[in-house]
Design a protein around this ligand. Structure first.
Ligand SMILES: [Zn+2]
Length: 269
């Protein structure tokens, strides 16, 4: 193939002009996890994760990551199948620089398609500490890695009540206890059978309440029917998330509506 001189000049100009953008993205932007040099950050290898964290990081949970990864597999009844990266941002950083599409909000996030977890400064300095956020995002990533296809993962995003419920049950953060949630839920006139999960960024003030609601639904399933049954549900759900209602019947022998009415009674006790 022959290129004209003007085409070559345009390509050269594009490459030269995009070079500074690439450098900024690598060192202070969305490409940071793949940057060959990360000034101020040290690297730590765990069984399934490569962690980048500030040289001064002191949170003990990150140093027992191998143990946490084993606990994640045992609780979910699933196995990791690919190594992933965890970036724990320094106190002086901000999420907006690395994840500009989030507008700086959020405490932590999993980017399943690229096997990356970010723990932001808000999570590190929260009253709950970093551990719940770390466990929460790893739960999401483990489920993502076990999904049967990209399509399943897309559908799972639409059933946030399950993945957020599992992650919040297992890792936290635990915002309210059962009685506090029951009071808040009834004060706000919310129904106990609405599992719909909107985008967390659009939940505003309802965020803590809704995540705790999903958490207690998982709590109810596990404490009433057992962890093994729940793990079966999760494995079947991951394969075919759209069938989440009929899978309840297959695993628990009950309609979702019956299970939710039992859940309401459990919450009110
Ligand atoms: Zn989450």
């Amino acid at each position: 193939m022959k290129f004209t001189n003007s085409f070559k000049t345009t390509m050269k100009w594009l490459m030269v002009s995009s070079f500074p953008v690439l450098i900024v993205y690598l060192f202070w932007g969305p490409l940071f996890p793949w940057s060959p040099i990360k000034p101020g950050y040290k690297r730590m290898e765990a069984s399934w994760a490569r962690v980048y964290m500030a040289d001064s990081e002191t949170d003990s949970s990150v140093y027992r990551l191998d143990e946490i990864l084993k606990e994640e597999e045992a609780f979910h009844g699933l196995k990791f199948n690919e190594k992933f990266r965890i970036v724990i941002l320094g106190k002086e950083s901000n999420m907006k620089r690395y994840l500009p599409w989030l507008n700086g909000s959020g405490y932590s996030i999993k980017l399943g398609m690229v096997n990356v977890i970010y723990i932001g400064p808000n999570a590190r300095t929260s009253p709950y500490g970093m551990e719940p956020y770390l466990k929460h995002e790893i739960s999401h990533l483990l489920i993502h890695q076990n999904a049967s296809s990209a399509k399943s993962n897309f559908q799972i995003q639409h059933q946030g009540w399950l993945t957020e419920g599992v992650a919040t049950y297992f890792g936290g953060p635990h915002f309210y206890d059962r009685h506090e949630l029951f009071e808040l839920w009834t004060e706000n006139g919310l129904a106990f059978d609405d599992l719909y999960c909107e985008n967390p960024l659009e939940m505003g003030g309802r965020f803590k309440m809704k995540y705790t609601y999903y958490r207690f639904f998982i709590d109810y399933l596990i404490s009433t029917y057992g962890l093994e049954q729940f793990q079966s549900y999760l494995r079947m759900y991951i394969r075919d998330p759209k069938k989440y209602q009929s899978i309840f019947m297959d695993v628990y022998g009950k309609d979702l509506s019956d299970i939710l009415s039992g859940f309401k009674t459990y919450m009110s006790k």
